[in-house]
Unconditional design. Sequence first.
Length: 399
Amino acid sequence: MNVLVINCGSSSLKFQLIDAESENLIAKGLCERIGIEGSKLVYSPTGGEKIVIQEDMPDHTKAVQMVLDALTNSEYGVVKSLDEINAVGHRLVHGGEKFACSTIITDDVIEAIKECSDLAPLHNPANLIGIDACRKLMPNVPMAGIFDTAFHQTMPEEAYLYGIPYEYYEKYGVRRYGFHGTSHMYVSQRAAEMLGKKPEECKVIVCHLGNGASVSAVKNGKSVDTSMGMTPIEGLIMGTRCGDLDPGIIEYIAHKENKSIDDIMKILNKESGVLGLSGGLSSDFRDLEDEFAKEGDIVGRRALKTFSYKVAKYVGAYMTAMNGCDAICFTAGVGENGPIIRNFVCDYLGYMGVELDQELNNKRGLDLIISTNESGPKIMVIPTNEELMIARDTYALVK
Ligand code: AMP
């Protein structure tokens, strides 16, 4: 069964066509600048040449149409007709408390996703546009929704409640939801495999360190805590997001700089994180690592060290939440490619028996254990594969 995985943002659409039985990638690509001048489709059939198609995409329906045309093109397509696309899996951001697992998309489900839009006003409407476009062009193809928040719905009350009046939870759903759930689920399952165990038999800490970043505690295959909260700004210091913060700072800066709450939130979301810590140098860890490599550097070190310290603090906290762990996994752009960050983080974890193998830490590749044989918890690098997880869930629901 071929599953088309769609990840739809407000002006972009990423896709992968995956054979869900063999789990092989058939083609992938990206539509950029939807609704903006200069839109293009970058299409990569597996084993073939990358193709760039520049054409106006006034809306997402046109973008999906271009994706389907590329996939079925007689010259560079990968399927003969749309009949060979058997299901669509949509990556959806916020399912609130309504969705604790993936689901087949129906009219009722669409209404429920709309009701969660208050909690993710930038993401959920864009996701819904993607569903709408696919339904228009493939009305008879079954579709599934896979939520970023669903995996964390197993968190216990003590992990998801904030210390504020309980009525805000009851009235408005103010609680911690967590994100990157598909990635945390994929990586924790793969870690169990690498340990030679079932997910139900192990405790895993997953550090998803990308431009957005979160840590999760996965006990017996279930998320019991995670660092992102009601929105994706809580937790770790990220590329441009501040992470955990004393709420008093918001009022303090607003008064000092004569700014509104909206102004401050923009600063905390877009101008903070390692970008802010580096004095505006970069939100990209590659630039910060280059800076760190220079003699006399202060700025790169400040950003990388502060970032890593926070990751290590969460790992320590989740050791407590789970009473130990079998593996600590690094994933996403920085986690997969950043030996310096992994080193900085693991430097703090010696007390729990963590011992990195420096040679392995500098290796690149798939699914590596980078700790020594003696290391207490194993340290792993596992490239995340959210699209595969979406294809798996879609296949399970549709077959
Ligand atoms: P993601 O959000 O998972 O796509 O991760 C994006 C981030 O990964 C970028 O902002 C980079 O900072 C980081 N990244 C990607 N490649 C490398 C690399 N080779 N070394 C360090 N950081 C990297």
